[in-house]
Design a protein around this ligand. Structure first.
Ligand code: UDP
Length: 242
């Protein structure tokens, strides 16, 4: 029997307890926010699509030996995950310049980086997730030196796998956000957590450059749900692209 006690409600997902203290249910909503909640809306079927896309990408990563919190998808919008304490540091991995990097450094969106760049942000809504350095992580004790080394190395392995996978379906993986957590049943063990979806990645069609991600919502480009469907369709998750 599944106990439906709500533990946490975020902008795009809800976490519920189960009768196993080390297992939670992650529920994907259609709600969409941008600019730290300033812009609000909904993307039709987003929860269903992101549940499926996250399932597929986490499964691919697990198959190459990357530990993940994902256990199994149990419904259209729900998946079982291992309970973790989230490390309060978000990683952004970039293969091309876009978004905040373009703005901050005054560079053109689309510029190909000579190697992937990993950035760290402090996970804090009131502070709007500020960019931080490795020294901040160390002095404030957000993660140990060994954890940071593992997270950085793992992020680059994830990048190799995901970049190749998206290239195989005609999509440039421009950048994306990753979160890691310590398993509740053994906090020495870190796993990839949260989601990987068009909400958290920039995905550009290789032929046309069309944006197939949340930038369509952020920048009012239209055809938002269609773009999410297109990604899922190319991943072989649905039989039609709309
Ligand atoms: N991202 C995210 N959650 C965040 C911040 C960023 O999923 O809280 C993702 C975003 O979708 C993009 C990448 O991380 O794929 C880099 O985002 P960026 O720093 O350029 O910020 P943005 O331009 O989205 O504000």
């Amino acid at each position: 029997m599944i106990d439906r006690q709500k533990l946490y409600e975020g902008k795009a997902k809800v976490l519920f307890a189960t009768d196993d203290p080390h297992v939670l249910i992650q529920y994907f909503k259609d709600d969409a926010t941008a600019f730290n909640g300033v812009k609000k809306g909904a993307i039709h079927d987003k929860g269903v699509i992101n549940n499926r896309i996250t399932e597929r990408l986490m499964t691919i990563l697990e198959a190459v030996g990357i530990p993940v919190h994902f256990l199994e998808r149990i419904s259209e919008r729900e998946q079982k995950i291992r309970r973790v304490d989230i490390v309060p540091v978000e990683l952004v991995v970039r293969n091309r310049v876009a978004g905040s990097m373009a703005k901050r450094l005054g560079r053109e969106e689309g510029e190909i980086l000579p190697r992937p760049v990993v950035e760290f942000y402090y996970k804090s809504d009131p502070l709007d997730d500020p960019l931080i350095t490795l020294d901040h992580i160390a002095v404030f004790g957000w993660a140990s030196a060994a954890e940071v080394a593992w997270i950085q190395q793992t992020a680059l392995r994830i990048n190799d796998v995901l970049r190749g996978y998206f290239a195989s379906i005609g999509i440039h993986l421009v950048d994306y956000k990753l979160e890691f957590g310590r398993l509740s049943e053994d906090p020495r063990k870190l796993v990839l957590a949260d989601e990987i979806s068009p909400d958290t990645c920039r995905l550009w069609d290789m032929k046309t450059g069309k944006k197939l991600d949340k930038d369509r919502f952020r920048r009012d480009l239209g055809e938002v749900s269609e773009a999410y469907h297109e990604v899922a369709f190319r991943m072989g998750l649905f039989t039609t692209s709309s």
